[in-house]
Design a protein around this ligand. Structure first.
Ligand code: NI
Length: 129
């Protein structure tokens, strides 16, 4: 042990604990950052807007519930413990019949509505929890 102050927190990031801190849906919260990438936690329910991210892939990791990712040519169903990476430039639309709790991994600064103009669905970015 050293007396030197350290910016390192010797504490695990616990998904359940983070999920218990908020109830709003479609509002991703940052729980960690790795280089230029952020790991976000989010609750969603219902339908979203079609959008794409021209400059980045987007990873979805389901923690609870069943997520459907719609694409123009098909869809992917994700259960808890499953993930999918949407390639950049591919139009997609998340859908959850019941609430889904999941992680998103994407570069810092990416908006949840991608290429769409700001809408009521556009979440405030870079909110840490
Ligand atoms: Ni997206």
């Amino acid at each position: 042990m050293s007396d030197k102050p350290s910016p390192v927190k010797y504490q695990a990031v616990n998904f359940s604990e983070k999920l218990s801190l908020f109830s709003e849906q479609w509002a991703p919260k940052v729980i960690a950052q790795m280089n230029d990438y952020q790991i976000k936690i989010v609750k969603i329910e219902g339908d979203f807007s079609w959008h794409q991210h021209a400059h980045t892939d987007e990873a979805f990791i389901v923690l609870e519930g069943r997520l459907r990712l719609d694409f123009r040519g098909g869809c992917v169903h994700l259960a808890a413990g499953e993930m999918y990476v949407v390639p950049k430039g591919v139009e997609h639309k998340p859908f959850a019949a019941k609430e889904v709790k999941m992680l998103l991994i994407e570069p810092q600064g990416v908006l949840n509505t991608g290429d769409l103009e700001q809408s009521e669905l556009t979440a405030i970015n870079d909110v840490w929890i």
